[in-house]
Design a protein around this ligand. Structure first.
Ligand SMILES: Cc1cc2nc3c(=O)[nH]c(=O)nc-3n(C[C@H](O)[C@H](O)[C@H](O)COP(=O)(O)OP(=O)(O)OC[C@H]3O[C@@H](n4cnc5c(N)ncnc54)[C@H](O)[C@@H]3O)c2cc1C
Length: 249
């Protein structure tokens, strides 16, 4: 059902990097041969890093040329892990650095046969990356089922892609952006606490609109995925075929 795209080795050059939050950087890569990248929104790339390390990263940009993203480039959003050799190696790269990548990989995509069902995306930290790609693609379509993003992080400074997601929500009534902070400051008027605690409310709000039951897509560290899955299965009785997960650790 999922379009198979052969995974190939490519040489890429780091075009630019910028800060997305105090602990997350954005890395834009361009293919050295100038050929376009073919992948599905939600898939990931394997990076061969200096020092013989291999690490996997979700593609945070949508396939094909949309806006600033050329077809010969892709973007990653990477967390700096304290003492982590892979992320530290990446953070030390300067524009012009070259690497080999292998991809695309993975089945964590919005399948065509599920597109009529609403989607609830659940992420913490850079687990947001595949959902940025998926949302930019879904919302570029003339029509789509309702889309909800429940995104958790510690503080307002950690809200990756905040301006862009707020602008998308303002432009598309079918998209709801639901950020929740676990260590919010006093000025924060939005939701607080962990992502999984908000899944019952988000689900019943969506149910009130009618339509088929939603599919849930959960991405990030294993502990959050386990917590979210428990709420989905035990509290909400969601069919496991409607729960899709991508684990980073
Ligand atoms: C399919 C897939 C997609 C991934 N996509 C991304 C991505 O888009 N962005 C990204 O930053 N990482 C992503 N990762 C994680 C990435 O591959 C590395 O594990 C991460 O960069 C840490 O490597 P390291 O060598 O720095 O740390 P290591 O010494 O290998 O430490 C690994 C530990 O770091 C922690 N960790 C791993 N990833 C994260 C994270 N994202 N945020 C916080 N803590 C983390 C976990 O506790 C894990 O056990 C993905 C992993 C997989 C399997």
């Amino acid at each position: 059902v999922i379009r198979r795209i052969p995974s190939v080795r490519r040489e890429v050059e780091l075009l630019e990097t910028s800060e997305l939050s105090p602990s997350v950087r954005r890395f834009v890569w361009r293919s050295v041969d100038g050929e376009p990248f073919d992948f599905l929104a939600g898939q990931w790339m394997k990076l061969y890093l200096p020092g013989g390390l291999e690490r996997d990263y979700s593609i945070a940009s949508p396939p094909r040329a949309t806006g600033v993203d050329g077809a010969d480039r892709f973007e990653l959003a990477v967390t700096r892990v304290e003492g982590g050799p892979g992320s530290s190696a990446l953070f030390s790269l300067e524009p012009g650095a070259r690497l080999t990548v292998l991809g695309p990989n993975g089945l964590f995509v919005r399948e065509d046969r599920h597109r009529d069902a609403p989607a609830i995306y659940v992420a913490t930290g850079t687990g947001l990356a595949p959902f940025r790609a998926i949302l930019l693609e879904e919302l570029a379509r003339a029509e789509s089922a309702p889309q909800v993003l429940v995104f958790g992080c510690r503080t307002e400074a950690d809200l990756l892609y905040r301006d862009e997601l707020e602008a998308l929500a303002a432009a598309h009534p079918r998209f709801r952006y639901v950020p929740t902070l676990s260590r919010a400051g006093e000025g924060w008027t939005g939701l607080r606490g962990y992502v999984q605690t908000h899944l019952p409310a988000v689900t019943s709000e969506l149910a009130a609109l009618g339509g088929p039951p939603p599919h849930y897509y959960v991405c990030g560290l294993g502990r959050m995925i386990d917590d979210a899955r428990r709420v989905l299965k035990e509290t909400l009785g969601v069919d496991r075929r409607c729960i899709h997960t991508e684990r980073y650790d």
